[in-house]
Design a protein around this ligand. Structure first.
Ligand SMILES: C[S@@+](CC[C@H](N)C(=O)[O-])C[C@H]1O[C@@H](n2cnc3c(N)ncnc32)[C@H](O)[C@@H]1O
Length: 286
């Protein structure tokens, strides 16, 4: 079994990321859309329940400190404040500068003076060893590799006895359409676009390999029976299609037909969509 202080060199050799590693080079328009998608994911009830369960499983209390690797726009801050209080000691690390700006302005709007957001890579966190009570990542492992590099780094910055966790999802939609092949081609977009598509099914293994003990996982289902049940569904399923076509992940024709089909089913109250989310938390041994 790899120890919690697993070699940085070994992790660096296989570093890989997907489009989420190129946000700093993107024009403002797609970045703005991605930010809106992230905001909508934060409050979609399946994701929100999973995030709150993950934070509960980190067993944090007032005055304690937590690291979020791959913090994005800092959308978890309100949930962290609800557990840690307004004095929450939160350190978010992310390489995407537009997201960090939004995270910092959220923290200042919430008067969360103990929250700080720093530019950095989750596979080499710019933080000292064992200084935090817990560390976690949320929808990160799907976008970077190796997962072990991320989890080992989160374990390194966590004190002995502290908890390390991850939330991940499988972006494969069980979705009503009149054309199953088209739905398969649509789902294929995500399989092609992300770096570690199956991360959510391997949380136990990753956490064990990083030397964590007492690993506990949970599985959640997100679902909707109307496109407008929550902003997430229309934004995630349909608004991103032009970006996918532009990236060559789906043809413009398929993208248009999928959109029309889903919207028509929604008008007839025949829309439904669902996907899986998982969380895992382990303890750093003494
Ligand atoms: C799907 S977003 C999730 C953001 C946030 N955790 C949330 O739940 O809203 C993935 C995040 O991973 C970040 N990311 C990409 N490569 C990374 C890396 N090597 N280290 C840390 N974060 C990274 C992106 O900038 C983005 O903010």
């Amino acid at each position: 079994m790899t120890t919690v202080s697993s070699s940085r060199t070994a992790a660096t050799e296989t570093w890989r990321s997907d489009f989420f590693g190129t946000i700093n080079e993107m024009p403002p328009e797609p970045v703005g859309l991605i930010e809106e998608v992230l905001e909508s994911m934060a409050t979609e009830p399946g994701f929100h329940s999973a995030r709150r369960a993950l934070i509960r499983d980190l067993q944090l209390g007032p005055g304690q400190s937590v690291v979020e690797a791959g913090c994005g726009t800092g959308s978890a801050l309100p949930d962290l404040i609800s557990v840690l209080g307004l004095g929450a000691q939160v350190v978010g690390v992310d390489p995407s500068r537009p997201f960090l700006e939004r995270a910092r302005s959220r923290a200042s709007g919430l008067k969360a003076t103990g929250a700080r957001y720093e530019e950095g890579d989750a596979r080499r966190l710019p933080l000292a060893d064992a200084e935090h009570d817990a560390a976690y990542c949320d929808k990160l492992l799907i976008h970077v590799e190796p997962a072990l590099g991320v989890i080992s780094e989160m374990a390194r910055v966590t004190r002995a006895g502290g908890r390390v966790g991850a939330l991940e999802w499988l972006p494969r939609f069980a979705i009503g359409t009149t054309d199953s092949d088209l739905a398969d081609r649509y789902n294929e977009v995500y399989r092609q676009a992300v770096c570690n598509y199956h991360a959510c099914s391997n949380l136990e293994r990753y956490l064990h390999e990083a030397g964590l003990i007492e690993v506990r996982t949970r599985t959640f289902l997100a679902s909707a029976s109307s496109l407008d049940e929550h902003s997430f569904w229309r934004l995630f399923l349909l608004a991103q299609i032009p970006l996918f076509s532009h990236a060559g992940l789906i043809s413009e024709d398929d993208g248009r037909r999928f959109t029309e089909d889903v919207e028509e089913l929604d008008r007839r109250s025949e829309f439904n969509a669902a996907f899986l989310i998982r969380t895992g938390v382990g303890v750093k041994p003494a």
